[in-house]
Design a protein around this ligand. Structure first.
Ligand code: ADP
Ligand code: ADP
Length: 229
C-alpha cells in the first residue's frame, strides 16, 4: 500500500520556490533514499512529510486519512511519524531515560517484556553498558545510536531520517545501517532517508529519488538508479 501520496506540492520561502513536486508516492514497507546536493530541498520535503510544515500548495495523502490540505493532521496521526536528524538533541539524563522518553510522553506503560525488548535493542546497538550513563557524556556515534533507539521504541509507522550517519566513523555507520535493515525495516513500516552518500542509498534503499533544485528529477529502483545503460 501507499503511505504518502504527494500531488502538485510546492513550498515557497521568502517568495522563492524551494520545492516543486508534481507527483510522488512513498510505499509502505520500503526504504526510500533521498539524495541530491545541499540546498536541493531534501530536509524541507522531510518536514512536510512529518506534517511539521504545510506545503504552500498541493496536497499530501497520508495512509487512509484522506488528503491533507490547509490543515495539519491531529497529533494522534503525527505520533506515528518520527524523525532522526543528523544531530538529534538528547535529554541530559541517562541513556535509558532518553530511550524510554517517547513511551513516557505517550503514557505507554513500560511492561517487563518491553523492558527486555529495549535491553535487547541496546545490546544490539552496543549501548547496554552505557544505559545508566548520562547522555551528555557520550561520543557522537554513541549519541546517534541512542537517538536511533529512541526513535524506534514506540514502533512508529514512518521513520524519517535526515542524514543519520553523516559525521560518523565507519563502525558506527555500519551499526546504524544494520539496525535499519534488520531491526526497523518491516512490511508495515516506511523509512525515508536523506543521505549525501549514494553508496549508502544503494546499500539500504529499495528506491532512490534524486532531488535537484526542488524537483524530483529521477526516481528509480536502486539497481536502476544512475546505472549506465
Ligand atoms: P537540503 O536538505 O537538500 O540541503 P533544505 O531543504 O534544507 O535543502 O533547503 C532548501 C532551500 O530552502 C535552501 O535554499 C534553504 O536555504 C531554504 N530554506 C530551508 N528552510 C528555510 C526556511 N525556514 N526559511 C527560508 N528558507 C529556507
Ligand atoms: P519511574 O520513574 O516511573 O519509576 P523509570 O523511568 O525509573 O520509571 O523506569 C521505567 C521502567 O524501566 C521500569 O520498569 C524500570 O524497571 C525500568 N528501568 C529503569 N531504569 C532501567 C535501567 N537502567 N535498565 C533497565 N530497566 C530500567
Amino acid at each position: 500500500s501507499i503511505t504518502y501520496r504527494l500531488e502538485n506540492i510546492s513550498k515557497i520561502y521568502d517568495e522563492k520556490q524551494i520545492l516543486n513536486i508534481r507527483e510522488l508516492e512513498f510505499k509502505t514497507g520500503e526504504i526510500f533514499g533521498l539524495v541530491g546536493p545541499s540546498g536541493a530541498g531534501k530536509s524541507t520535503l522531510l518536514r512536510l512529510l512529518n506534517f511539521l510544515e504545510k506545503p504552500s500548495s498541493g496536497r499530501i495523502k497520508y495512509n487512509g486519512n484522506g488528503y491533507l490540505d490547509g490543515t495539519l493532521p491531529d497529533l494522534s496521526q503525527r505520533r506515528s511519524i518520527t524523525t532522526v536528524l543528523q544531530r538529534s538533541a538528547l535529554l541530559q539524563q541517562s541513556v535509558w531515560k532518553n530511550v524510554i522518553f517517547p513511551l513516557k510522553i505517550r503514557g505507554i506503560k513500560i511492561t517487563e517484556s518491553k523492558t527486555l525488548e529495549i535491553e535487547e535493542l541496546l545490546k544490539y546497538l552496543g549501548l547496554h553498558e552505557l544505559k545508566d550513563q548520562r547522555a551528555d557524556k557520550l561520543s557522537g556515534g554513541e549519541a546517534q545510536r541512542v537517538a536511533m533507539a529512541r526513535a524506534v521504541v514506540f514502533e512508529p509507522d514512518v521513520l524519517l531520517l535526515d542524514e543519520p550517519t553523516s559525521n560518523l566513523d565507519p563502525s558506527n555507520i555500519s551499526i546504524i545501517e544494520k539496525m535499519i535493515e534488520r531491526y526497523i525495516k518491516k512490511p508495515d513500516k516506511t523509512i525515508i532517508m536523506i543521505t549525501h552518500n549514494i553508496m549508502q542509498a544503494k546499500r539500504l534503499a529499495d528506491r532512490i529519488g534524486l532531488i535537484y533544485e526542488g524537483e524530483m528529477i529521477e526516481v528509480a529502483k536502486k539497481d536502476k538508479f544512475f546505472n549506465d545503460p
